[in-house]
Design a protein around this ligand. Structure first.
Ligand code: SAH
Length: 392
């Protein structure tokens, strides 16, 4: 058969364990007639079928497997079935703003679909999904009847696939500049066209609820505040004040709007446009203290080569934060770098506590929201981890 990708001898184990990625180094040969983006069968040197997925020679992940079932064709019904299944799995999360499709972990490698009320925002992260995009948009329209589907495929990973960034309306109406969503009873304005990711950090939704138990009457600092998700959560749960720090003026002004939207008072001094790392040093030299510090930095480790540097930055951030906490205060600290394992992150925070001269307890472990599931055979999907530490 001409649509086969033949693995090298003894390179079949990850696939037998249902890991959906085939690295180019594991491949012995591919028929040159097969075009990138096409559906292929991955087989052993003995021609045993292992999985069916889409090919891209330009990527180190040459094949992403869509099905382990040889009888399952990748056709219109396939996309319908998989999308409907992923959506059906979200019945437990009846939020207006939620992730409907979490790529590999929902059996749809390379595809992210987020919902903001009547609007869907998709990210096509790979060539295979790019090729199936029109089909996927049709199926999503049938299934959910959104007012519009907008694309936010302006992500770096597309480069590794040989794809340019792509944004814009895919079907229906253009979303407004701000979509208002309800999250855990709080209201937020989301800019799906220009905001980070698809507009909002949906992966932190469950944590924005969980932090409510730590902030009553507290003086809180919200580092890397973005549009004020944690600030609104903390203030409406009884925090005395929240100082927001972010390097982007635009997100801070949206954060202020989000506070107002929830009937919370806005004090301009509580919104600081600064680099967190240098601002923390200034606060330390001025001997400022807080009861709770939330630190949710952007991804600091993008590759193995950056890991050591990222680990130093995480340590620095957590070390100074601990020094700014009153005894009994809470550090709510996150890492969204997939390359930093939960174990490594805990070790970094431990190292920070030693150097800060403080003992600390872990009182809660945090993770990504439940609509960002992690397929057991694909632990790479677990990227967000957080620790709530009480400094004693
Ligand atoms: N906690 C937020 C998401 C944080 S995203 C939420 O729940 O919505 C990370 C934020 O860090 C972005 O808003 C980005 O503008 C900001 N940022 C990145 N590097 C920074 C730096 N060095 N100093 C301050 N802010 C930074």
């Amino acid at each position: 058969m001409s649509n086969q990708v033949v693995l090298k001898f003894n390179r079949d184990k990850p696939l037998r364990h249902k890991h959906p990625w085939v690295f180019s180094g594991a491949i012995d040969r591919i028929d040159p007639a097969i075009t990138d983006g096409a559906v292929v069968d991955v087989v052993t040197p003995q021609s045993e079928f292992l999985g069916r997925g889409y090919l891209n020679r330009k990527s180190q992940i040459a094949v992403r497997v869509l099905t382990w079932n040889q009888a399952e064709a990748i056709d219109e019904e396939f996309w319908s079935r998989r999308l409907a299944l992923a959506v059906s799995w979200r019945v437990m999360s009846d939020h207006e703003a939620r992730r409907l499709v979490n790529a590999e972990s929902d059996g749809l490698p390379g595809l992210v679909v987020d919902q903001y009320g009547d609007w869907l925002v998709i990210q096509a992260l790979t060539l295979g999904i790019e090729c199936a995009k029109a089909e996927i948009v049709d199926r999503l329209s049938e299934l959910l009847k959104p007012r519009g589907i907008y694309e936010r495929s302006d992500v770096d990973v597309r480069e590794k696939e040989g794809l340019p960034p792509a944004t814009g309306v895919l079907t229906g109406d253009e979303p407004p500049e701000r979509i208002e969503i309800d999250e855990n009873g709080r209201h937020f304005l989301v800019d799906v066209k220009h905001g980070h990711k698809t507009g909002f950090y949906l992966d932190q939704r469950d944590n924005r609820r969980k932090i409510r138990s730590y902030v009553r009457d507290a003086e809180v600092m919200n580092l890397f505040s973005y549009t004020g998700g944690f600030a609104v959560a903390a203030l409406s749960a009884g925090a005395k004040s929240v100082l927001n720090v972010d390097s982007s003026a635009d997100v801070l002004s949206l954060a202020k709007e989000n506070l107002r939207l929830n009937g919370l008072a806005v004090n301009d001094n509580d919104f600081v446009e600064a680099d967190v790392f240098s601002y923390l040093r200034r606060l330390r030299s001025e001997k400022h203290m807080f009861d709770v510090i939330i630190a949710d930095p952007p991804k600091l480790a993008h590759s193995q080569a950056q890991l050591e540097r990222a680990a130093r930055a995480y340590k620095d951030l957590n070390l100074i934060s601990m020094q700014l906490l009153r005894p009994g205060g809470y550090l709510i600290t996150f890492s969204c770098s997939g390359l930093v394992s939960p174990d490594l992150f805990q070790k970094i925070v431990f190292g920070a506590s030693i150097d800060a001269g403080h003992e600390a307890q872990i009182v809660e472990r945090l993770s990504q929201s439940s609509d960002h599931p992690v397929l057991l055979s694909f632990p790479e999907a677990e990227y967000l981890k957080g620790l709530v530490c009480r400094v004693i």
